[in-house]
Design a protein. Structure first.
Length: 85
């Protein structure tokens, strides 16, 4: 694909850095954080809500949003944690 093309190496590296954090961050850490700093820059982290209408009147459901995408599960891999959105 395009990311494997040698001409896109710099872009591929930037995308990879944006998805990596230099330390282990647990789900609880994410839940209590307002954001995280990846190797590629800052990412917004919010608590997810359920119910309500157009974001009004909902209640926190114990979940986490990373850049607006809900974390659906997490698992340990090697010395890190992988979050699926």
């Amino acid at each position: 694909g395009q990311l494997e093309d040698v001409r896109n190496k710099e872009t591929t590296n930037k995308i990879g850095e944006y998805h990596c954090i230099s330390e282990t961050v647990t789900f609880e850490d994410l839940f209590n954080a307002g954001g995280v700093i990846t190797l590629g820059g800052d990412i917004v982290v919010d608590r997810s809500t359920s119910g309500g209408l157009f974001g009004v009147g909902g209640e926190e459901d114990g979940g986490v949003l990373v850049n607006g995408a809900k974390v659906t599960q997490s698992f340990e891999m090697g010395s890190g944690v992988v979050y699926e959105v």
